[in-house]
Ligand binder design. Structure first.
Ligand code: SDX
Length: 431
């Protein structure tokens, strides 16, 4: 239902085109251009979708200017402090935080699906041991669609929910197996009696020869990291999942597409790139050199972990991540962690630099996450896989919302064609 209208007039025609303006609960209204091409013969043009709303959603809201992030209306700061990751999974999927009974039922249900098909484990052996974990993850998660087509009528809410439960329950095992495979260590089976994060940490760091007991402070820190990464509106990987899902593709194949997109250094791959950048900078004395490179238009180098398409203020997740950094390094007596001190000095210098101030470039979620993950004993090449573990609940929640959306249509953008006009094929001797 339109709240208002906007008129479009071309300078060479008197007929104004009326386009509806639609308003949501929060944030900018949208100009409904669905009839634009039929009315005007024109497409809109928006490479990178800087001004385009691709869908309507009730899941996550971001106010980039104010640095606000809400999951189903709850501020990320409150969720990170008062909830755990399974609660946030329930919230993203169902729209409300669970009461005690609902939480117990959710934990019991997911615990029934923590095992992966034994044949799935054979997929890993097809990869080199030094394969990047994200390459393995894309393959193995995509392969889930070969195992779970039994209850896959995506038009049925129950089947979609079971797909979501299976994905949430199995991702910790699948991600931990990526790490174990790279080390040559045996896979560790999940234990139903352990909590979500404790289970994951045991599968990542434990071995069959000893009992593994997760440090509760570190487990809580990782739980918070998963909460901070769980969903983020229509980012590149979520949009990839939605576009793949709009054709009716299997949800595991859609999530595999999201994992592939997340891998890019401009997106989820940035956390790994931040740590590599900090290692390359090496010392506070070289920060100025790298800040200058980041500002040099002729230099492709960018300050990884800085800038964001939506946040033109401090990413609230980065602030929470920096706080988690302090807590983890304190717990591990790593107060003098050189990379953390280097990162904080780099942040201080960048935030005082006119270039970063003018372009509103602030640390994003990836700037500190790598330092925390490294302190938690997670190898650098696994950082983006941890991001994918967390984001899988956001992807599947957004996929579910899209499939249930009465406005669902297959995503099929058009283009501005700048190629050669129509021409005839000449015989080869005449070319
Ligand atoms: C994530 O979208 C999401 O929500 C993503 C995410 C999520 O949770 O899903 O938040 C997760 O992907 C966080 C972002 C992680 N990526 C990085 O940290 C990589 C470094 N940052 C960028 O490359 C960049 O800032 C992006 C990709 C994040 C955003 O790019 P935009 O919105 O397309 O902005 P832009 O490239 O047009 O940059 C605007 C200007 C440019 O200068 P001008 O051409 O206007 O002169 O700012 C400059 C850029 O050169 N700029 C940077 C910079 N980021 C932008 N300059 C130096 N260092 C940087 N990091």
């Amino acid at each position: 239902m339109a709240d208002n209208y906007i008129s479009l007039t071309k300078d060479d025609s008197s007929q104004a085109q009326q386009l509806p303006i639609l308003s949501g609960t929060l944030g900018p209204s949208v100009i409904d251009i669905r009839a634009l091409y039929a009315q005007t013969g024109h497409f809109t043009y928006d490479p990178g979708f800087t001004s385009t709303a691709s869908c309507s959603s009730k899941i996550t809201f971001i106010d980039g200017d104010a640095g606000i992030l809400l999951y189903r209306g709850y501020p990320i700061e409150q969720l990170a402090e008062k909830c755990d990751f399974p609660e946030v999974c329930y919230l993203l999927l169902n729209g409300e935080l669970p009461n005690g009974a609902q939480m117990q039922e959710f934990v019991t249900l997911t615990s029934q699906h923590v095992m992966v098909h034994e044949q799935l484990t054979r997929f890993y052996s097809g990869f080199r041991r030094d394969a990047h974990p994200m390459a393995v993850l894309v393959g193995v998660v995509g392969a889930l669609s070969a195992f779970y087509h039994d209850v896959m009528d995506i038009t049925r809410k129950e089947d979609r929910y079971l797909s979501a439960i299976r994905l949430i329950a199995k991702m910790p095992s699948i991600v931990a197996m990526c790490h174990k495979y790279s080390t040559g260590m045996p896979f560790i089976y999940p234990k139903r009696k352990l909590g979500y994060v404790e289970n994951f940490m045991r599968m990542m760091h434990g071995d069959p020869c000893d009992d593994y007991q997760a440090n509760p402070v570190l487990a809580r820190a990782l739980d918070r990291i998963l909460i901070l990464h769980a969903d983020h509106e229509q980012n590149a990987s979520t949009s990839t999942v939605r576009l793949a899902g709009s054709s009716g593709a299997n949800p595991y194949a859609c999530v595999a597409a999201g994992i592939a997109c997340l891998w890019g250094a401009a997106h989820g791959g940035a956390n790994e790139a931040v740590l590599n950048m900090l290692e390359e900078i090496g010392d506070v004395s070289r920060i100025g050199e790298y800040v200058a490179k980041a500002k040099d238009k002729n230099d492709p180098f960018r300050l990884m972990g800085f800038g964001h398409r939506v946040y033109k203020n401090y990413d609230p997740r980065a602030r929470l991540m920096r706080q988690t950094c302090h807590e983890v390094l304190d717990e591990l007596n790593l107060h003098d962690d050189r990379l953390f001190k280097l990162a904080m000095e780099l942040e201080r210098i960048a935030l005082e630099d006119p270039y970063f101030i003018e372009k509103k470039l602030y640390p994003n979620v990836d700037f500190y996450s790598g330092i925390v993950l490294r302190a938690l004993g997670i190898p650098t090449e696994m950082f983006t896989a941890i991001f994918a573990l967390a984001r899988s609940v956001g992807w599947i929640a957004q996929w579910d919302e899209m499939i249930a959306d009465p406005e669902l249509k297959i995503g099929r953008p058009r283009q501005l064609y700048r190629g050669v006009a129509m021409r005839d094929v000449k015989p080869v001797f005449a070319r």
